[in-house]
Design a protein around this ligand. Structure first.
Ligand SMILES: C[S@@+](CC[C@H](N)C(=O)[O-])C[C@H]1O[C@@H](n2cnc3c(N)ncnc32)[C@H](O)[C@@H]1O
Ligand SMILES: [Zn+2]
Length: 285
């Protein structure tokens, strides 16, 4: 059983009927009292996205996008952001207390791995990650056996209510009512959204009239903002890393082959990163 992730009982509810999910004795499946059953994949994750909640055959980021994301992130360009998130978690965590932490829309799990690497009392932290993309979750689960990953939509999360002490959401969609439900009262939400000048020099190559968007932090209904910080610095990825960066952003769709070739041919490109990191408290109950 050593190749499997730890299976945390009492974390999940059935995505079909909402009853609690209980792990089987051999740890290979979960089921509810209504006999809905979900197998654990060999990589250790569970697929809790029923077909009726799937709006396409393979929802979420595809394999090309997640390979690009992994190549870029593993080169440590966003490590200062990961460190900032870890610092916040260290500051809000009650010493010597266990904590359930969710990386919402975790992608291939870069920040999930970083939390376990950088957080002070990582031994007391139970880490969870969800994403609607099976490719992403499979890759995340393969790399981090100590965390529990599921394929699930953030619009309808199969976690029991009042379960999480902290949820982090890095460039990923969320649904306010679900966040209020799964985060404990007075639990925390850490949100990362792009700042006004994020990847400015890439955008300049793609759009004729680049505009700064607002710096407003996104606070979901039911949450109260405690702090917000802007993190910005420059990076100089090589051609392969620039291509990966473009591939993992939404503006990849707007870039013609000509623009991609032009970006690829540059000897060097200094690119601004700009992140807004917001900490808020669940004040909904
Ligand atoms: C921009 S990526 C960010 C991934 C990761 N947080 C990171 O920063 O590396 C957005 C992620 O949200 C996922 N996603 C999109 N819609 C989703 C949904 N409804 N529920 C859960 N995940 C979703 C995508 O599959 C993708 O992995
Ligand atoms: Zn059920």
């Amino acid at each position: 059983m050593t190749d499997l992730a730890p299976h945390f009982n009492h974390a999940y509810q059935c995505p079909i009927c909402g009853e609690p999910l209980i792990v089987s004795i051999n740890q290979r499946s979960y089921s509810c009292s209504n006999r809905h059953s979900f197998d654990c994949a060999k990589e250790g994750y569970i697929n809790l996205l029923p077909v009726q909640q799937k709006h396409s055959k393979e929802p979420g980021d595809n394999k090309v996008m997640l390979d690009a994301r992994r190549l870029f992130l593993e080169a440590s360009f966003y490590e200062p952001l990961a460190k900032a998130i870890a610092l916040i978690i260290n500051a809000i965590q009650t010493p010597n207390q266990p904590a359930n932490i969710l990386d919402l829309g975790c992608g291939e799990g870069y920040y999930t791995r970083k939390i376990s690497e950088l957080c002070q009392s990582s031994a007391l932290i139970k880490l969870f990650g969800n994403d609607i993309s099976k490719f992403a979750i499979s890759a995340a689960a393969k790399k981090q056996k100590s965390a529990q990953f599921i394929v699930a939509s953030s619009n309808k999360l199969p976690y029991v209510s009042n379960f999480f002490d902290v949820v982090i959401r890095v460039f990923a969609p969320s649904e306010a009512t679900e966040l209020c439900r799964i985060i404990k009262t007075s639990g925390y939400l850490i949100t990362v959204t792009p700042g006004p000048r994020h990847l400015w020099q890439i955008k300049e190559h793609i759009y004729t009239n680049v505009k700064e968007h607002t710096e407003d932090a996104e606070i979901p209904d039911g949450f109260t903002q405690l702090s917000s910080q802007r993190i910005s610095y420059k990076i100089s990825p090589n051609a392969e890393q620039r291509a990966a960066l473009l591939q993992m952003t939404p503006f990849a769709w707007s870039a013609s082959e000509e623009i991609k070739a032009k970006l690829n041919a540059l000897d060097e490109l200094n690119i601004e990163t700009d992140f807004i990191v917001t900490l808020s408290l669940n004040t909904s109950q």
